[in-house]
Design a protein around this ligand. Sequence first.
Ligand code: ADP
Ligand code: MG
Length: 580
Amino acid sequence: MLLSRNQITTLLGFIRALIGYNRWQVLQSFVLLIFMGISQGVSLLLLIPFLALAGVTETDQSDSGLAARVKTVFEHTGFELSLINVLLAYIFIFSCYALTLYWQSIVNTQLIQGFTRQLRNKLHQAFIEAKWLFITQIRTADVANLLVKETGKTGSSTQLLIRLITQFILALVHIGLALVLSWQLTLMALAGILVLILIQRSIMRAAYESGEGSYLNHKVLFSMISEHLNGLKLVKGYGSEERHHRQYNEITKRVKDHANRFQYSGARSKLVFDIGGVLLISAFFYAALVFWKIPVIELLLIVYIFARLLPRFSTMMTMYNGLLNNMPSFDAIEDMWVRFRENRENISQAVPEPLACKKEILLEGVSFRYEAGQPILTGIDLKIPANQTIALTGPSGSGKTTLSDLIMGLLQPDQGSIKVDGTDISGSAGWRQAIGYVPQDGFLFHDTIRANLLWANPQATTEALWEALENASARSFVEQLKDGIDTVVGDKGVRLSGGERQRIALARALVRKPTLLVLDEATSNLDDQNETHIRKAIRDLHRKMTILLIAHRSTLIDDADQTVVLEQGRVKEIVGSYTL
Ligand SMILES: Nc1ncnc2c1ncn2[C@@H]1O[C@H](COP(=O)(O)OP(=O)(O)O)[C@@H](O)[C@H]1O
Ligand SMILES: [Mg+2]
């Protein structure tokens, strides 16, 4: 066996996926290939009359063998076997070959690019549709690596596969011709080639395993880059650039060494083939001249064929190893895709009408745990009347964020139910459309304030955007910016202060005109002045929408109609404090 069962399964899976992508294009490419093979075979055959006309005469059997047959075919077409005619036929056939090659390369490019794109989109869609709980459990850098690097490798695998099949078919044509010219010599040569291939068995296995290593290295490289980028300020602030660079250096060394090892083994394989090949050709010449006494033209032709065939086999081996080397990437993509699909959110992805909350959000006996561990929330009964402001408080780790994720429908309770005006929110895509969410770090996209606001509601008018900014106590500072609402906020909003960023994040939530506004520790990182801005905004929004305020600080809690205190995943007490 050249490969293990697993490796064969992966390779076949890859081929199946390629055919599944566009069987028409694959077929087209294949038919063109056959045509290329035929035209190359014919142009090789034309060498026989060409050699004869050029003065290389056959010593014996001048009227038998391949030369005679070519001559008959030629005469059949009504053309004289003259030098000009042979050359014209050669030009014609070769042009056909070149045109087919051109056409095939266009079809192949479309196939390769299209297949890569489809794979990327398929993985991305599965990723984006996966449950939030599952997404929190994976490393996003791994997904980035798969989406960018590993899917790219699949493109090159497709290219290698097509080129491999091309080479194989052309090799078959050559072998076929050689068989007609002298089957003894050909069989001998093929036996030699087979031995050369078998010698390389271990290299093929190593190619696949080396691919696994290369995938793991890139995975580390990606996650390292992503963490460094996310923690750049920390890195600078702690003056630990050197340490980070050293880590990066180590991993790039691993990547380099690994790639080198793979290339070395490829070069070794080529060396074996080249030296083995030259031995083979010599043996060939010897056998042909001493034992078989083959006519000169046919001998020249057969040696010419094998002289071309051997490097072709060597190239095929290199391609095959390259293909095997890429297979672990494909495996990883498929694996990840399957995991995403198994954890797919069963929620309609079409954008539905937002679900309004006119009466209440009702939690009954809600319990939740992350994986198999301690329950994080136990038996939560809670009624949030519409258009009231509810504060959720409790020590860090008591389950506030988890509870708000459940209320937003990002997580699903293990027990109990969450209903909005009697409708269970699990599986309701409309509920998410009805929520405005302000996280603790107020993540913004590297774009203008306008674009960040429109992101939440692409239909909003400029007026509505200003209104949202006004309601978020952000209007005056945005007006003072040089480019106003068209100011670019920088990566994650670095060009704004924390308080400004948070107010833009609040405005973004308001642009949606949400039924439920969730602020998860939205002011915890802010100074008093900025907190005052947000508190004012929240007070002004009172009674206009349902507001869930998560905070451990008492100031915000003062603005709530009710305060729910969580402790170790249970409701400890509910206090009504708001006075109208
Ligand atoms: N994605 C997660 N996977 C596993 N455990 C988690 C996850 N998120 C939070 N937890 C755990 O759940 C508990 C409650 O977390 P959280 O709801 O964030 O608390 P709070 O917001 O009140 O600080 C903590 O013990 C935390 O370790
Ligand atoms: Mg929290």
